[in-house]
Design a protein around this ligand. Structure first.
Ligand code: PHE
Length: 487
């Protein structure tokens, strides 16, 4: 509508001298007129020139007086014909209105200010209000009034922007529709030959790039990492998903017939199916401990097979990393250590609401002379209370590589029951001694999954909503920060 009005006006007129006036005379919204002018100018239908004018707008105070009348008039009207004492008048008015009103009314010589305040004139005109209303309605005030209202801060200047408009080089009384796309229909009808295409706008801004977002698992693991670091733990290098059976099982004194080593529970690699290299002297000592024991142990009394140890697999727990690290530690003069890791592990399990074939483990271990089960319990209390779980219970358990072993339970206030939160134990001498660690060195360790606390923290009850190809990306964008240990 604005576009038609402008183009058809220019057909019979030299120019639109002032877009503001043009809009006002036709009852058009000036902002819309300006938008159309800009667009027509872009296609060079018209030439334009900027016009700037200083206009006035009411301040907030100005607005209130335009409605309620100026303070001097409010004061004037509050004076009864017989006059009133200063105190009485003050009571009737807002303090600011009284203050401004009395000084302005006095200036206007509207008042007799004796003992009593009384009207000096019969009628007064509220010029301030009238001019404010005028300005509000877009009329031009007189210079004198502008000055007065400006000093009273009832109006403020505003730059008005408009245009004068003439025909441009591409002028036409009607805008030609330009095509933005070449369609199949255009091709079929053959009208593409006559179409005028919209030019590319290489300056246009593209779609705003969505910022990166952290997955809840990353947020929780980041927090756990901070907790381990605050407790003085060092991070172990976990960058090998592929591990040999030797480091994943044998070094941990896990017998070769153990059901976990079955292909039902473990993913073995087809290629490369075996490891290239193992430390031979240590392999010998591991074979020895499995077959016939040592260091006070009777061993498992079976024939240990090297080809079984050589098999490559996807590591089933991060304890494989711990075994490598302890072996390295044993090769140097003994130093006590606190290590942790948080990374991915793989198990060939039936997938359900709470299990996937891959998940993340959090593992911590402390290696020092003379550690006891009491130390393990103490460290677990320290660690889990930092996660907001201070109510713990332990239950005897079994792992081939720890003795004693304990499952860790925590009382969940929301679920109102004890939930299993991890597994722990003291590494067996059958594991530590063949590595070459001194006899009095003990290693306490624990492990838990990252998924479980994350699902509890983020209220997710199906693991497929957290991990994998069915995850709603919106969840990743919206999920809140993770604050562990804060109820
Ligand atoms: N590796 C064990 C698991 O997979 C966890 C664990 C770590 C247990 C360290 C004891 C000591 O569940």
């Amino acid at each position: 509508m604005e576009e038609e009005t402008i183009l058809s006006y220019l057909e019979s007129h030299e120019e639109i001298a002032d877009s503001g006036q043009f809009a006002a005379e036709r009852g058009l919204d000036h902002d819309k007129v300006v938008n159309v002018i800009k667009s027509l100018h872009g296609y060079r239908y018209i030439d334009v020139q900027d016009i700037k004018r200083e206009t006035w707008v009411l301040t907030e105070e100005g607005h209130t007086y335009a409605v309620a009348g100026s303070p001097e008039m409010q004061l004037f009207l509050a004076i009864p014909p017989e006059g009133i004492s200063r105190e009485e008048l003050q009571k009737k008015l807002d303090p600011a209105i009284f203050k401004i009103g009395s000084s302005q009314a006095a200036k206007n010589k509207w008042l007799d200010m004796g003992k009593q305040i009384s009207r000096k004139v019969q009628h007064a005109e509220d010029r301030v209000k009238n001019v404010l209303v005028q300005i509000k309605d877009g009329k031009d005030p007189e210079a004198e009034d502008v000055k007065a209202l400006k000093t009273r801060k009832l109006i403020a200047p505003q730059i008005w922007k408009g245009y004068s408009v003439k025909k441009g080089p591409n002028y036409a009384p009607k805008r030609k529709k330009v095509a933005t796309d070449l369609t199949r229909e255009n091709m079929q009808r053959g009208d593409w030959k006559d179409l005028e295409f919209k030019e590319y706008n290489f300056c246009a801004k593209g779609q705003p790039a969505e910022g990166g977002h952290l997955h809840p698992l990353l947020k929780v693991s980041q927090q756990l990492k901070m907790i381990f670091l605050q407790m003085g733990f060092e991070e172990m290098p976990t960058n090998n998903f592929v591990e040999s059976s030797f480091w994943n099982f044998d070094a941990l004194f896990q017998p070769q017939q153990h059901p976990a080593r079955d292909s039902h529970d473990t993913f073995f690699l087809r290629a490369p199916s075996t490891t290239k290299q193992l430390p031979e002297d240590y392999v010998e000592r591991v074979k020895e401990i499995h077959e016939s024991g040592g260091y006070g142990s009777r061993g498992y009394a079976y024939e240990w097979r090297r080809d079984e140890a050589n098999k490559n697999l996807l590591r089933t727990h991060t304890t494989a990393v711990s075994s490598r690290m302890l072996y390295l530690l044993a090769r140097n003069p003994f130093q006590s250590k606190k290590y942790f890791s948080i990374d991915r592990v793989f198990r060939n399990e039936a997938v359900d609401r709470t299990h996937l074939a891959e998940f993340h483990q959090i593992e911590g271990l402390v290696c020092d002379r003379g550690l006891t089960l009491g130390d393990l319990i103490g460290v677990l209390h320290d660690f889990f209370s930092r996660l907001g779980m201070s109510n713990l219970r332990f239950k005897p358990a079994y792992n081939p590589y720890t003795e004693p072993s304990m499952e860790i339970f925590s009382y969940h206030e929301g679920f109102k029951k004890w939930v299993e939160i991890g597994n722990s134990g003291m590494f067996r001498p059958e594991m530590l001694r063949p590595m070459g660690l001194p006899e009095d060195v003990r290693v306490i360790a624990w492990g838990l999954s990252l998924e479980r606390p994350t699902m509890i923290l983020y209220g997710i009850d199906n693991i497929r909503d957290l991990f994998g190809h069915k995850v709603d990306l919106g969840l990743i964008k919206r999920n809140p920060i993770c604050r562990l240990g804060i109820a």
